[in-house]
Design a protein around this ligand. Sequence first.
Ligand code: FES
Ligand code: FE2
Length: 398
Amino acid sequence: MRATDHWLNASLAASHSGQSGIDNLPRGLPPWAYNHPDLFEIELERIIRPSWQIVGHVNAIPKTGDYLTVTIGPDSIMVVRDKQGKIHAHHNICRHRGARLVQGESGNCGASVVCPYHGWAYDHSGSLRALPVSESFPEIDRSHYGLYPVSLEIVMGLIFVAIKPPDYSVTELWRPMMEMLAPYRIEEMVPSSELLEMPWEINWKIAMDNYLESYHVPVGHPGLFRMFIPDYEQQDLLENGLNMGVAYFRDELSSNLAERIYQTNIVKYATHLSETDRRSWRFISMLPNMGIDIYPEQLDFFQILPSGPRSTLGRWQNFGLPDERPEMKTLRYLSTRISAQVQAEDDFLCAIVQENMKSSVYQPGPISRIESCVIQFHDRLRDLIPELKSNQVPKHFA
Ligand code: FES
Ligand SMILES: [Fe+2]
């Protein structure tokens, strides 16, 4: 080992919360954290399963038997509406021989959840109601074979599930922003796009790191930068892991025609909102792995589901108030197009970081004050997984 390497490693190893001895600026996670299979399993167990994961909006499943699914690591979770209108959440796995019960991202399962393999039938509430040739299961007690339960919470019409019961509620978490969100009337919204799932060949934390800071906006997102003043000054996570950034329109309209049409007209048509809310996009991040983007004409959720050490499933859907005015449809089309461009830019930025996480030379560089959410995110991960404090792969990892 060269002397300089030794000095660098020693200073990083001595660091707490990612501080380096080279300067007092904080550092992000070590590169192995974006690659290692053992870490992926630990993250699922300690970070993802005990956290609330968004599934969708109650108005996406209005009828009896309507369901949505979400894939959390190796587990498929389903939420389904019963005939009284109540929503239930279960593991999407049959208690007989483990078949997946409902297929796809959404659908309708009818009056009960019937396994496509041998036909075990469950109530929407998860109780095992019937099984074919039941006399061939002597002494079976059906009450032992209901669907595995999942924690469920519904806030402002948005459905959240958790595989391990979290030690917090979304309602409590969101309390500081309820008043700000009220005028948007989120609970009245209906889907304004399909539910989209996109496999992404990056570690989930690279996508979250990207979402948590606006430092990259001027260089990485020229369209956003033409339209908005970046929300640099709101870059701090609250105690509860939320960040509420607001980007305001610039006084000068964008030089791009589509962006300019959007800026000029949204102010005229989002009449349910205050003048300030009509001129701003809000970006709410919620640790560990989701964001909600709130525009004057719609909102989207953005969920980053880890699916492997270097693979992620991005999951999105847009929702808006029922509003069939052609002008509003055009505004939604325009903002969706602007956001798709931003997403394509972030895809590129995340990919070029992931490619270099196996570099033989890279050590995490200094992080600026306006990237503080990234550091706060990493510090939380380091608290829950102390191995992340080490710049080297821990010895007990394979
Ligand atoms: S696996 Fe579901 S009924 Fe057999
Ligand atoms: Fe971005």
